[in-house]
Ligand binder design. Structure first.
Ligand code: ATP
Length: 240
């Protein structure tokens, strides 16, 4: 039996009088990589913000259940303690800290010093550019380098659920390939992932299941491989 890590039910978000998310249901099971795709303005980022409680509660309705308990009212530092990590659009690294310090901050809920050092070494192996710049301020990194750092920092917390918002945005094709290789590897290690992506093809190729969001509604869901060959998905989101 699959086990829910995340379950969203009847989620609604209104900005003023405008509903950006209109009562959606979505779930992510243990070990799954789930892609949430859709056009600009569909409500994908708003959905992630509602899950992580970064929107004022008065705007949000519905339930968000993580590991069997409601997430409502949790502050972001509680989420890290609960092993829920988010890499937001625009990355959100600590710009005035070095790369090394950012990685250490990612592990602040852990106390296994040797394990933390081993993980930092592992991420420096995966992203040699970060190793070369270990003492450089994160704010001076390029967009692609910040994306690598944000991903590595999130994974330093050993999350049970990783939320990724548009990891390919603004990256060169080579960097996009690299980031997706890392996402696939992290998923293969068993970490549960909800991936929001504009690049529907890459996202569905990596994912087990997918959801299509359009104008605040989930309009389609299914096995990612089936969605990749679905004529409606192909026409609207894969440019085929
Ligand atoms: P993209 O792929 O372009 O990032 P998205 O699917 O993530 O799009 P959202 O960012 O969730 O879309 O936006 C959904 C809708 O809500 C859009 O129409 C957007 O203009 C609106 N919106 C988002 N944030 C706010 C805000 N703070 N105030 C008012 N409207 C907002």
């Amino acid at each position: 039996m699959s086990e829910n890590v995340l379950k969203v039910a009847g989620l609604t978000v209104a900005y003023g009088g405008i509903k950006a998310v209109k009562g959606i249901d979505l779930e992510v099971n243990r070990g799954e990589l789930v892609a949430l795709i859709g056009a600009n303005g569909a409500g994908k980022t708003t959905t992630l913000k509602a899950i992580t409680g970064t929107l004022p509660p008065c705007k949000v309705d519905g339930t968000v259940t993580y590991m069997g308990a409601s997430l409502k009212g949790d502050q972001s530092f509680h989420l890290v303690e609960k092993k829920l990590a988010m890499v937001p659009e625009g990355r959100g690294v600590f710009t005035r800290m070095s790369i090394q310090e950012n990685l250490m901050m990612g592990a602040y809920t852990r106390d296994d010093k040797a394990g933390i050092e081993a993980d930092i070494a592992k991420w420096y192996d995966v992203f040699p550019r970060l190793k070369e710049r270990a003492q450089q301020m994160a704010g001076t990194l390029s967009g692609g380098e910040q994306q690598m750092l944000a991903m590595a920092r999130a994974l330093m917390s050993h999350p049970k659920l990783l939320l990724l918002d548009e990891p390919s945005m603004g990256l060169s094709p080579i960097m996009v390939d690299k980031i997706f290789e890392v996402i696939r590897n992290v998923s293969a290690e068993g970490i549960t992932i909800l991936l929001v992506e504009q690049n529907a093809k890459l996202a569905l190729q990596a994912a087990h299941r997918g959801y299509v969001m359009d104008s605040g509604l989930i309009t389609m869901t299914g096995n990612a491989q089936d969605m990749l060959v679905d004529p409606r998905v192909k026409a609207a989101y894969l440019g085929e």
